[in-house]
Design a protein around this ligand. Structure first.
Ligand code: ADP
Ligand code: MG
Length: 366
């Protein structure tokens, strides 16, 4: 059984922020990362700054290694002890979600580091135990949720798969491919072509990748070799969420409108689920979207979850940044900057304010 008396206490979802480095040398910077908070100007009053607090804030100098070591690595041992973990990247398209989760061959992200780290943790765990006591196995599935439908990326013919719950309240997807791996190279040999499946779909459907939730599921099983043959089953979800930008601004029609509705709904429900967990509410609305239903046994309860909120620092992202920070932080304060020292920054703000007003008035049109 996964939920014991001790587990009834909800483990909160850790919400951290990563501000990526500026990529546009001419655009004004509008987000300022401090050690446990992020500041942006208030578009309603240029004399004010809005300050949002977080468990941790990573700035443009934070490396992939640093984020992994700090926010993710300490959780891996828990999965070997049969606990579930979910790590997800939230934020608008262009803010660094895929960089954080996947990265590049020269600067790998969380996925590569978790898989290598998991095999290392298993080695360490087996050394701690008395010899020949346990058997370990790791397998993975790779899926996406697009338009509220679950698709198997390892076997693309498996589309629109159901999500079910067993008698022990474990969530599973019948028919989803599950591949056993013994090391990182075996993972890579299967994962890279599956990612290409996704990229092909992306070009056909014009950037589907930012409109679907990409989900890597790692299953860790530890089995006692002697009676009573105890078994620990742990799951690790690594999720690159769909872009959180407000799709109403892009004038979406037809299929795009349907996509936007599905994205907005699932991210909205995810926000409600995170709030309900973090406020200790008795009812958590997992069933209101496919994404949260899938995560039901891996977020909340005794599970360990980290939401990495990615934001872009440039002025052109101001409105998305503002909405993303409001979504991610329930703790914000308005700071009055009556003694703003840098005139160049103030000029930047003035220009920014008129632009963001324009943007916001576009959004509020029916
Ligand atoms: P998203 O997946 O949220 O749409 P990406 O991860 O594709 O965003 O990032 C957008 C661009 O910014 C990419 O070119 C990516 O390489 C770059 N980028 C994002 N985060 C960083 C970072 N921390 N350091 C350097 N480049 C980054
Ligand atoms: Mg992406």
């Amino acid at each position: 059984m996964r939920f014991t008396e001790m587990d009834k206490k909800q483990t909160k979802v850790q919400v951290v922020v990563r501000v990526r480095p500026p990529l546009d040398p001419v655009d004004t910077i509008c987000a300022n990362a401090l050690s446990h908070s992020v500041e942006i100007f208030n578009h309603r009053n240029i004399k004010e700054t809005i300050k949002y607090d977080f468990a941790a804030v990573y700035n443009s100098e934070s490396t992939q290694q640093m984020i992994y070591n700090d926010a993710v690595k300490p959780l891996l041992l828990q999965s070997i002890q049969g606990q579930n973990i979910s790590i997800f990247a939230y934020g608008p398209t262009g803010a660094g979600k895929t960089h954080t989760m996947l990265g590049s061959p020269s600067d790998p992200g969380i996925i590569t580091r978790v898989i290598n780290g998991l095999f290392q943790s298993i080695e360490a765990d087996s050394r701690l135990q008395s010899t020949q006591e346990w058997n370990y196995s790791v397998s993975f599935s790779y899926l996406e949720i697009y338009n509220e439908k679950v698709h198997d990326l390892l076997e693309p013919k498996n589309s629109d798969l159901p999500i079910r719950e067993d008698g022990d309240k474990n969530i599973f997807v019948p028919g989803l491919t599950d591949k056993t791996i013994n090391n990182f190279d075996e993972f890579k040999a299967l994962f890279v072509p599956a990612s290409n499946n996704r990229t092909t779909a992306a070009t056909k459907l014009n950037d589907r990748s930012s409109r679907s939730h990409s989900i890597l599921l790692l299953k860790v099983k530890k089995t006692g070799l002697r009676p009573p043959h105890r078994e620990f089953h742990g799951k690790i979800y690594l999720i690159d969420l769909a872009g959180s930008e407000d799709n109403r601004r892009t004038g979406n029609k037809g299929i795009r409108l349907k996509e936007s509705g599905a994205i907005n709904k699932s991210l909205f429900v995810l926000g409600e689920v995170v709030d309900a967990i973090n406020n200790g509410l008795p009812r958590i609305p997992y069933r209101n979207s496919k994404l949260t239903r899938l995560l039901q046994d891996s977020i909340g309860g005794s599970c360990h979850s980290v939401m990495i909120t990615n934001i872009a620092p440039e002025q052109k992202y101001y409105y998305d940044t503002y909405c993303t920070l409001n979504f991610a932080s329930k703790s914000k304060k308005i700071v009055n900057n009556t003694c703003t020292k840098e005139t160049s920054r103030l000029q930047g703000l003035k220009r920014s304010v008129s632009e963001s007003h324009k943007e916001i008035s576009t959004v509020s049109q029916p």
